[in-house]
Write a protein that binds this ligand. Structure first.
Ligand SMILES: N[C@@H](CCC(=O)N[C@@H](CS)C(=O)NCC(=O)O)C(=O)O
Length: 197
C-alpha cells in the first residue's frame, strides 16, 4: 500500500487530497521534517514523501508526486501529447513561482531559517508581490470553474492548497473570482475528508 509521509498541515495536504479524490488506498504517517523516519526516505529531510507500491526509491517533491498520481490514474491531467498539457504545466509553474514561493519565503524568514539569517522586512515585499500575482490570476481565472476550464487538473491542487496556506500565513486576498474558486474547491467531498484526517 502507498504511504504518505508528512503532516497534513504541510504540502503533504496536496498529496493526501489527490489520493482522496482518486479514492486510493493509502496509509498516512504524519512525520515531521528532518525526523529519522523522513530522513530514512528522503535525505533532504523534506516532506511530503510518497512511498509507492512499486520497486525503487520513494518519491519526493509534492508537484512531482501529484503529476505522477495524475498520469498513473489518467485523471486530473491532460496527456503529454496534448498541447493543453503545456498550458496546464504553465499554470503549475506559475503558481509555484508566484504564489508558493512568496508564502514559503515568508515562512522561511519567520521560523525555518536560523534566526540570524532571517530578514523580517522581506515579508512586506512578499505580501505585495503575492497580492499583485493574485490580482493577475483572478483576471485570468475570471469565471472558469478551474484554472484549465471545466477540468480540474494538477495546478488546482497546488493553488487550492496555497490559498488555504495563505489564509493561515495572513496573506490576504479578496478578489471575488479567487474567493469563489477556493470555496468551490473547499466544498469538494475529498477536500473535506482531507481536512478531517
Ligand atoms: N518543493 C518541495 C518543498 C518541500 C518542503 O520544503 N516542505 C517543507 C514542509 S511544507 C519542509 O519539509 N521543510 C523543511 C525544510 O525546508 O528543511 C515540495 O513541493 O515538496
Amino acid at each position: 500500500m502507498m504511504e504518505v509521509i508528512g503532516a497534513k498541515e504541510s504540502r503533504a495536504f496536496r498529496v493526501l487530497w489527490m489520493l482522496e479524490e482518486l479514492d486510493a488506498k493509502y496509509c498516512h504517517r504524519p512525520a515531521k521534517p528532518h525526523s529519522p523516519y523522513v530522513l530514512e526516505h528522503n535525505p533532504t529531510g523534506k516532506i511530503p514523501v510518497l512511498v509507492t507500491d512499486e520497486e525503487g526509491e520513494a518519491l519526493t517533491e509534492s508537484v512531482a508526486i501529484l503529476q505522477y498520481l495524475a498520469d498513473r490514474n489518467g485523471r486530473f491531467s491532460f496527456p503529454i501529447s496534448d498541447r493543453r498539457r503545456a498550458i496546464q504545466d504553465g499554470w503549475t509553474h506559475r503558481i509555484l513561482d508566484e504564489i508558493d514561493a512568496c508564502i514559503w519565503t515568508a515562512a522561511k524568514h519567520s521560523f525555518v531559517l536560523p534566526e540570524d539569517r532571517r530578514v523580517s522586512d522581506i515579508k512586506n515585499t512578499l505580501r505585495w508581490e503575492f497580492a499583485r500575482s493574485i490580482k493577475r490570476i483572478a483576471m485570468d481565472l475570471d469565471n472558469s470553474t478551474y484554472v484549465m476550464g471545466d477540468e480540474m487538473t494538477v495546478p488546482d491542487f497546488i493553488l487550492g492548497h496555497c490559498l488555504m496556506w495563505a489564509k493561515r500565513a495572513r496573506f490576504d486576498y479578496n478578489e471575488p473570482s479567487i474567493v469563489a474558486y477556493f470555496e468551490r474547491l473547499r466544498a469538494r467531498p475529498a477536500f473535506r475528508r482531507t481536512m478531517e484526517i
